[in-house]
Design a protein around this ligand. Structure first.
Ligand code: AMP
Ligand code: ZN
Length: 476
């Protein structure tokens, strides 16, 4: 697809930049993946939805992509300041399980959520612990910019010319930015290799030239992006928290490795946070919402995808149940409208949807403006000057970018059973049919009794629902 050139916001320059692939045959994208010591919360999933939308837009523009997402199963400490415990070790101790079991469990749960949100799986899932040898080799190559202290091998951030440029921080600001680990040369210096404390045996530790231990968290992304994509690749993504520490440190490692000023990626992109009333949603604070929590409350996972698409990825997005309910209603309307179009489809090609496709392109080319693309989609669906066939064809183009599975999503699928529901859909449908008959027979006592018994089972009968739904499951 030609037309409006794609512009993307580059966190490095803090400006919108025209996008031109390094190699038009394959656009290479790296996304910092989950640390698998716990379930991903819906805020984390926003980061992957954003990266997915980016990939979809690039492919829709006609460039194939190679997307890599890593799985962090070692090295991420409870504090970004290289202090505290390894998140994985801590979770394993708390649940009395091996780290490997913990990692396998949460990785599988994450991949389930990826599928349920219709996120295209990456070309490769790369796992940190599969790359220990490469990490050691990389660390040896940048060792001249590092120094050894009791805690392990540390990177000297004063050795790279513009350390922290991505965060718009200087090494001086770093003094207050990052808690010092005693004997670090500069506060912003970070661990490349963390030595196991003497006399302490860790579940995950490897021999290295700097003693038994484990890699620092930032190392894996430099190593895996280099190995699986090559430097420089096109786009590196992550949540906006990564713009402050993790990505500046990755860049410093990459620059030390190539002895050049190349950051490793042309464009660095960051999604803003999903927040709730308590602030940024975070795994480490314990209580958080998972995709499964939403499903258990009766929401289709794609309602959450639509909720995210309704906001620009660089804006903070507040999660409320009302917002989610509104997104579910919008999704239902889309599904109903498409059903209706299919019902009237007689194969005639009347009218031309080019204008809508051009507006879709304009919207997504403007730094992935999905809220605008959704508005254009609403207009397209309602445009009676176009025959159903023409509209259905153009909607498929919109959905290639939006990923809402509009072509196959059914009304029945929209009705999810909360985890707490004690009644199955077949029984509900029978009871609803009996109630309808009772009303036809003007036996209101019987119809009320059926409504009340359904309510007791957590099912709300929806008389006169504007969208034509008979019932819904309440989050009882
Ligand atoms: P983690 O598993 O903690 O490494 O995080 C996985 C991804 O989620 C990273 O890209 C984070 O930057 C991102 N992230 C974490 N919290 C949020 C949030 N509340 N909203 C959006 N993205 C987030
Ligand atoms: Zn990373």
């Amino acid at each position: 697809m030609t037309g409006t050139p794609l512009t993307l916001y580059n966190s490095l320059t803090r400006t919108l930049e025209p996008f031109a692939p390094i190699d038009p045959h394959v656009v290479r994208i790296y996304t910092c993946g989950p640390t698998v010591y716990n379930y991903q919360h819906i805020g984390n999933m926003r980061a992957f939805l954003f990266a997915d939308t980016l990939g979809r837009v690039i492919r829709w523009k006609g460039w194939p992509t190679k997307h890599v997402i890593n799985i962090t199963d070692v090295g991420h400490l409870t504090s970004d300041a290289d202090a505290g415990d390894d998140k994985m070790e801590k979770a394993a101790a708390a649940q009395a399980k091996s780290i490997w079991d913990i990692a396998a469990h949460y990785t599988a749960a994450f991949k389930d959520d990826v599928a349920r949100l219709n996120i295209e799986p990456p070309a490769e899932w790369t796992v940190a612990t599969d790359h220990i040898n490469e990490m050691i080799a990389f660390a040896q190559k940048i060792e001249r910019d590092c120094y050894l202290i009791d805690g392990g091998l540390y990177f000297d951030t004063s050795k790279v010319p513009h350390y922290g440029a991505l965060a718009r921080a200087t090494t001086d600001q770093g003094e207050s930015r990052i808690d010092p680990v005693s004997s670090k040369r500069n506060a912003a210096d970070f661990a490349i290799w963390r030595r196991s404390p003497p006399g302490e045996q860790r579940q995950m530790e490897w021999d290295s030239p700097w003693g038994k231990g484990a890699p620092g968290w930032h190392l894996e992304c430099s190593v895996m992006s280099l190995k699986h994509l090559g430097h420089p690749f096109d786009i590196h993504t992550g949540g906006i928290d990564h713009r402050e520490i993790h990505h500046p440190n990755e860049i410093a490692q990459n620059q030390a490795f190539c002895s050049c000023e190349d950051t490793g990626a042309r464009i660095w992109m960051h999604n803003n946070f999903l927040v709730d009333r308590g602030g940024k949603m975070s795994k480490s604070t314990g209580e958080f919402l998972r995709l499964q929590t939403l499903v258990d409350a009766g929401f289709h996972p794609l309602a959450y995808r639509l909720m995210c698409l309704q906001a620009h990825y660089r804006s903070e997005l507040e999660f409320t149940w009302d917002n989610l309910a509104a997104a579910l209603t919008r999704l239902k309307r889309l599904v109903i409208a498409l059903d209706a179009l299919r019902g009237r489809d007689d194969g005639t090609l009347k009218g031309d949807a080019e204008l809508y496709l051009a507006r879709l392109e304009e919207a997504v080319a403007d730094d992935l403006n999905t809220p605008r693309a959704l508005t254009v989609l609403d207009e397209l669906i309602a445009d009676k000057k176009l025959s159903p066939t023409v509209r259905i064809g153009a909607i498929a183009d919109f959905d290639a970018v939006l990923g809402l599975r509009l072509a196959e999503l059914t009304r029945a699928e929209m009705r999810l059973r909360p985890g707490s529901a004690t009644i199955d859909e077949g029984t509900i449908d029978v009871r609803i049919a009996e109630r309808k008959q009772a009303r036809i027979d003007k036996d209101f006592a019987a119809s009320d009794a059926i409504r009340d018994s359904l309510a007791a089972a957590g099912v709300e009968v929806m008389d006169g629902d504007a969208l034509g739904w008979d019932w819904k499951l309440g989050a009882s």
